[in-house]
Design a protein around this ligand. Structure first.
Ligand code: HPA
Length: 268
């Protein structure tokens, strides 16, 4: 057992949650809704990222969300921070090592669809890796040839859709295209992304999905739309806009997630 796994198991004080949630911009407030919470700073967990992005905390929270045991990761490492696409590998390995079976990823994204504006929530059905990199570069085992035909778990997606319907929350669905960042896209890149079949663009999540599938975790992901993508409105994009708008869709996504957890997602 590696250091990160044994440290995490010790700090979880006997808890064995099966679901983990990575909180993107706008969803950080969800940690306050965790009951019986244990907060563990990433600094106490070997290999966990030291995220320097404003709007992202850096701690693991374990407890119950709507009655279901969960681990939340508040804060993630992005490829654009240090050019390491596998920056989240140690953290995800630690989660898998403690018995996590399902991983739900959230992020902030730009929309390519005028009718899916800021504040919308989009369930990711598939992705396009446009970064030119892969978190499994250098992995020596044959496990690196991981299949991604059904990367986004059908049963967890169904749970998202059921929870959205039950709470009367609009849930869009679409393809997420990963750009490396940290600069935003150009209008020409967004026109290209549309031709290629993308519905939203962002700078995270895809490497984590690849790593999660490599580790045998069932995975689902959902975007909070903070803006229409570059060139669609004439306005310049900014990180401030991402931070300001993320909580709007974040509220909607939190409503869906709480219902999913209340409905016992852990058993699905
Ligand atoms: N592009 C990439 N990442 C993003 C965007 C965007 O327009 N909005 C929020 N994250």
């Amino acid at each position: 057992m590696n250091d990160a796994v044994s440290t995490l198991i010790e700090k979880l004080e006997g808890r064995t949650p099966k679901v983990a949630l990575v909180l993107g911009s706008g969803l950080g407030g969800l940690v306050d809704e965790v009951e019986n919470a244990i907060h563990i700073p990433y600094g106490d967990l070997p290999g966990f990222p030291h995220s320097g992005v404003t709007g992202h905390a850096g701690k693991l929270v374990s407890g119950d969300l709507a009655g279901t045991p969960v681990i939340m990761l508040a804060g993630r490492a992005h490829y654009y921070e240090n050019g390491n696409p596998a920056a989240m590998r140690p953290a995800l390995e630690a989660l898998a090592g403690t018995g996590i079976e399902k991983l739900i990823l959230t992020n902030a994204a730009g929309s390519l669809e005028p009718e899916m504006g800021p504040g919308s929530v989009m369930l990711i059905t598939d992705h396009i890796n446009f970064s030119g990199t892969n978190p499994l570069f250098g992995e020596p085992t044959d496990g690196r040839f991981v299949g991604l035909t059904e990367a986004y778990d059908a049963r967890i997606r169904a749970a998202f859709e059921a929870a959205a319907q039950a709470t009367g929350t609009q849930l869009h669905k679409g393809v997420y295209m990963w750009f490396s960042g940290p600069s935003f896209e150009t209008p020409a890149e967004i026109r290209m992304a549309r031709v290629m079949g993308a519905n939203a663009v962002g700078m995270s999540t895809v490497p984590e999905v690849i790593l999660a599938r490599f580790l045998g975790l069932r995975v689902a992901a959902c975007s909070v739309i903070t803006n229409l993508a570059a060139g669609m409105t004439g306005a310049e994009l900014s990180h401030q806009e991402t931070k300001d708008m993320a909580p709007v869709g974040g509220q909607r996504l939190a409503t869906i997630l709480k219902r999913m957890f209340a409905d016992g997602l852990a058993d699905g």
